[in-house]
Design a protein around this ligand. Structure first.
Ligand code: ADE
Length: 245
């Protein structure tokens, strides 16, 4: 079971996305526990201020350090097995490997920063990891936190109906997934590759591997360049490149 603790000034943003489909079922089955915390609860001035103007001037507001630190002290597991993540466009860009790694943690505390920024002392003194979901700026870390929760949860055993799903995902072996088809076999003259209807599992596996390599070659050659292909996959790749000429 993973416990996610979300620190946000807009905890209401989370209710609906977490209340559907596999994430809802995972929470009902006790595989996943998601606690929402309003950072304002740890702001002790009378206006419950969680942000303030930046030192040195400039526009926008900056998230204050004290309420965040107090919230972390209250929430952090005493067993010292928590990871504290700050969602920020300046973090390492989320990928399959980071998600799989986080899925091994017991308690993940996610701080949702606001778009103007957070006091640097939050980063330097309170956070274990800074994560971005891509090179674009969101209005706050809440949507990014939802993306992180979703993808990490897929690695928790029994969250997905089929335990093999994360293994065959795009990116699980650094390749994009092969194309998929379902009934009907013919739709407006749009057909399904014969091999998938053949019942020949060895041929189907071979086709899937080739399509997976081909798709990665065509769409994400950067991924292929980072990989070490097996001798067998290299042969398939040579064929794909010849067919491409
Ligand atoms: N907050 C604002 N933009 C973000 C991004 N791209 N990733 C994570 N957190 C963010």
């Amino acid at each position: 079971m993973i416990k996610f603790e979300i620190l946000s000034i807009f905890p209401e943003m989370f209710a609906s996305p977490l209340n559907f489909s596999l994430l809802k079922k995972a929470q009902e089955k006790g595989l996943l526990n998601i606690c929402l915390h309003d950072i304002r609860n740890w702001a002790d001035d009378k206006h419950k201020m969680t942000d303030d103007a930046p030192y040195g001037g400039g526009c926008g507001m900056v998230m204050k350090v004290e309420p965040v630190e107090k919230a972390l002290n209250a929430i952090k597991s005493p067993e010292n097995d928590s990871t504290i993540v700050l969602m920020t466009p300046q973090g390492e860009v989320l990928n399959h490997k980071i998600a799989a790694d986080l899925a091994g943690k017991k308690q993940i505390i996610i701080i949702c920063g606001r778009y103007e920024g957070v006091d640097e002392r939050i980063r330097t003194h309170l956070v274990d990891r800074e994560i971005s979901i891509g090179d674009y700026i969101l209005t706050g870390g809440e949507l990014a936190a939802l993306v992180l929760i979703d993808t990490v949860s897929r690695f928790i055993p029994d969250v997905l109906g089929n335990p093999l799903s994360t293994h065959s995902d795009s990116f699980s072996d650094d390749l994009l997934e092969h194309p998929q088809y379902t009934r009907p076999a013919q739709y407006k003259g749009w057909t399904v590759p014969d091999v998938l209807l053949s019942g020949n599992h060895a041929q189907i596996e071979l086709w899937r591997k080739k399509e997976s390599l081909k798709r990665t070659y065509q769409r994400r050659p950067d991924l292929l360049r980072k990989m070490k292909l097996s001798a067998e996959d290299e042969k398939i790749m040579d064929k794909i490149k010849q067919e491409d000429i």
